[in-house]
Design a protein around this ligand. Structure first.
Ligand SMILES: Nc1ncnc2c1ncn2[C@@H]1O[C@H](COP(=O)(O)OP(=O)(O)OP(=O)(O)O)[C@@H](O)[C@H]1O
Length: 259
């Protein structure tokens, strides 16, 4: 489990017209926390995640993982995107063991873990299937198993369920809750979906319009283990109303900045 600390992190992309994506972001994530980042489209959520992943450098400020500067991408941070980038010519099993194999981990050291992760995501019976033979939700489950087999200290997820239909999405949310409760990895989860953020996270960070800052951090005190049934409780609805009000104000701010 990783601890993550961002201090005054800013990011400007120097395109034809410079784009200031992040402005003095401060964020502390303790070991084993589950934090959701919510915010208006284009505000800079992916930019923040990409800095944590090491795909982008911060222009200013410091981004630390376990007290050390975040360097290039590494196996300590598992990244899951909207589409699982699986190798289509490899089976589910071969996709899952690809990472440890490439790292030169002896087979005996990764096989049990790979089997366990496949079971955790409910795909034991599909080990020999190819990605094209799976549904979108199943492919995403392979993507998660493939990342978890590397024993990441943090899981960085960018709209991981954004392309799935509503029912599959709910099943994936419950699966992620189970996985997180079992492994207790630090998770940073980018989403547009308020329900998803409340259901999963221990803390929801609502980002402001670009250049993004963390506008408000809302701790979610719903008891765990959580399930889809929590979506309809009065407590859940209260959190939703509070976050919707915050999002509306971020959206208004975005419109007035664009005007
Ligand atoms: N490589 C890049 N070069 C120039 N501008 C970029 C680059 N990457 C992102 N941007 C700009 O930075 C801003 C923030 O983008 P980012 O993708 O982080 O937002 P987001 O909140 O994740 O958006 P969405 O919710 O729509 O996915 C946008 O205006 C985007 O156009």
């Amino acid at each position: 489990m990783a601890e993550i600390n961002l201090r005054q992190v800013s990011k400007t992309y120097f395109a034809a017209t410079p784009v200031r994506a992040l402005d003095s972001v401060d964020l502390d994530i303790a070991e084993g926390d589950f934090v959701a980042l919510l915010g208006p489209s284009g505000c800079g959520k992916s930019t923040l995640l990409n800095i944590l992943a090491g795909f982008e450098d911060a222009s200013e400020g410091s981004a630390l993982i376990d007290g050390g500067a975040i360097g290039k991408p590494g196996p300590d941070r598992g990244v899951v995107f909207q589409e699982a980038a699986l190798f289509p010519w490899l089976t589910v099993w071969e996709n899952v063991v690809f990472g440890p194999k490439m790292q030169g981990v002896p087979r005996a050291d990764y096989e049990d873990r790979a089997r366990e992760m496949l079971a955790t995501v409910g795909l034991t019976d599909f080990a020999g299937s190819y990605p094209a033979q799976l549904s979108g939700g199943m492919r995403q489950r392979v993507g998660i198993a493939r990342v978890l087999v590397m024993r990441p200290r943090a899981l960085l997820m960018d709209e991981p369920f954004g392309a799935l239909d509503a029912q599959t999405r709910m099943a994936m949310q419950e699966l992620l809750l189970t996985v997180w409760e079992k492994l207790n990895t630090t998770v940073v989860f980018v989403t547009h979906d308020i329900d998803e953020a409340i259901l999963l996270a221990g803390r929801v960070c609502v980002m402001t319009a670009r250049p993004a800052r963390i506008g408000r951090e809302i701790p979610i005190a719903l008891p765990r283990p959580r399930s889809i049934d929590d979506l309809t409780t009065p407590e859940f609805t209260r959190y939703k109303a509070e976050i919707m009000a915050e999002m509306r104000s971020a959206h208004r701010q975005a419109e007035s900045t664009a005007a």
